[in-house]
Design a protein around this ligand. Structure first.
Ligand code: NDP
Length: 237
């Protein structure tokens, strides 16, 4: 089977659905990851040719294993599924909120990546794209920057994405000899259910998906272990 395949987690809506649509338009067979079969199937029908449903709750170890067993070869894994339960600063954030947030944004990525590694290793050009956030940048968080207003809110979410960034570098280093490219994307503020504040600001999630597409289809001499904005500009850690 020479058909290139991709999996986008949390692809039933938001940025993930746009990424799945772009990958399908590039001719890849795209597994639309969704924890809810109905919502996932609707996204598959919207995307059309090339899209197929993969029921996948990234926090369910048995479900992740069952999903991985259905995929023989994978060329592109986009770890997109994420949650942002609150905008609370660290002083108002309890361990439970960190636990819940990390369960999806960090442990979910680890579980999915490790489970799909055998399928990725069957690809001649494996690519992993971790959807991170500019709000995880420690540099941007501590330096005045026109792209980002420093503050101390969303502590659980931002620290979870900082952990994801660290894992991006570690996976990239570990898998570099095997031809993998592993990078993190800062999609920018986008109008989705995750970010109601951005709904007013109006950032288009389709634009963010272009950045994921670029990292998903990197050539062999492309970067690995990097953190990039949707337009390809490097983001400081
Ligand atoms: P949405 O809320 O629109 O989409 C999130 C997706 O993740 C949904 O499909 C959701 O599924 C899925 N998801 C959540 N938990 C799980 C789970 N346990 N298993 C499987 N799927 C799950 O948000 P966005 O499109 O904005 O978010 C996509 C990514 O982009 C996230 O990682 C987010 O952190 C990141 N991001 C977004 C920004 C923005 O401004 N929007 C800015 C920076 C980063 P369901 O429909 O079932 O809830």
């Amino acid at each position: 089977m020479n058909e290139r395949t991709a999996l986008v987690t949390g692809a039933n809506k938001g940025i993930g659905k746009h990424i799945a649509r772009l990958l399908a338009a590039e001719g890849l067979a795209v597994y639309v990851g969704s924890r809810d079969p109905g919502r996932g199937q609707r996204a598959v029908e919207e995307i059309g040719a090339g899209a197929r449903l993969l029921v996948l709750d990234v926090t369910d170890p048995d479900g992740v294993a069952q999903a991985a067993a259905q995929v023989d070869r994978l060329d592109v894994l986009v770890n997109n599924a994420g949650i942002s339960p609150s905008l609370a600063p660290p002083t108002d954030t309890g361990v439970e909120e960190y636990r819940r947030t990390y369960e999806t944004n960090v442990f979910g990525v680890v579980a999915v990546t490790n489970a799909f590694l055998p399928a990725l290793r069957r690809s001649p050009r494996p690519r992993i794209v971790n959807i991170s956030s500019g709000t995880a940048s420690l540099t941007w968080s501590t330096t005045p920057n026109p792209q980002f207003t420093p503050g101390s809110g969303a502590a659980a979410y931002r620290s979870s994405k900082a952990a994801l960034n660290a894992l991006t570098v570690l996976y990239a280093q570990t898998l570099a000899e095997d031809g993998f490219k592993v990078n993190a994307l800062a999609p920018g503020l986008r109008a989705t259910d995750l970010n109601p504040r951005a709904a007013a600001a109006g950032g288009d999630p389709a634009e963010a998906a272009l950045g994921a597409l670029r990292l998903a289809l990197l050539p062999d001499d492309g970067p690995t272990g990097g953190f990039f904005s949707w337009d390809g500009t490097p983001v400081p850690w």
